[in-house]
Design a protein around this ligand. Sequence first.
Ligand code: ADP
Ligand code: MG
Length: 257
Amino acid sequence: MQIWAVANQKGGVGKTTTTLALGARLAADGARVLLIDLDPHASLTRCFGLPTDPPPVGSAQLFDDPPQPLRELVHHSEYERLDLVPGQAALAVMEKRSATRPGLGLAVKTALASMQDEYDYALLDCPPTLGVLMVNALAAADRLIIPTQTDPLALHGLDGMVRTAAMIERSRGGPLPVFILPTLHDRRTRAGAETLTQMQAHHGKKVWDDVIPLDTRLRDAALVLSAPPVDRGGKGLAAYASALQWLLQHERQQVAA
Ligand code: ADP
Ligand code: MG
């Protein structure tokens, strides 16, 4: 199983959209995919039309003492090979609990190890805060995907996220390759183009050399899964399909190395 964390300390940058678009594409191409919603806002869970308050069971139960087994938390979606562990508002409490329970930072990693052979990919949708939930995702991940908007303010957040990844990499003692995906890109603005150039100058090959464009078909309402997400067309989903090729190419190189 390959574990990809999708994270950025900034909100509204396309984390949830990226998790869903990449996960749905992987599943449509034949991979067995588990999405885990680790955000108390549970936007990903809402995309599947599941109630979020009160939700059935979900990722918050991974932090119970003792934790509930991961397989009991999996919701099989109506799409083949695309499963979800829902997120719940109760996740917000975990951030506070972290100080009092040692080992809580490895809850997600330990849970995923128990289903290692049942999925090809697990994609972790993170909250926009550097707390125990994000730390869990980064501790478990084989790679980190950072969606980031191409506006000047986002650059600051991106630098912060890259530093966080480096810190986690040191503390866990293993590489955490970073992949930066420029999202919500408006080709008509000069600020967008300039920010992209700066991003590439600063972060080099970590940055995908294309962009996910603004596309109304990726907006909230459109995201609610009434049709298989990969069949809906549009330049946004097409861009995610080619971003996935970039990510998979790196994976092949990693395996070959
Ligand atoms: P995050 O998870 O980082 O908070 P979301 O994925 O929820 O970000 O995206 C924030 C908002 O922008 C949502 O309303 C989403 O539907 C919308 N959105 C995301 N990507 C695009 C895009 N490429 N084009 C247009 N709207 C988008
Ligand atoms: Mg989100």
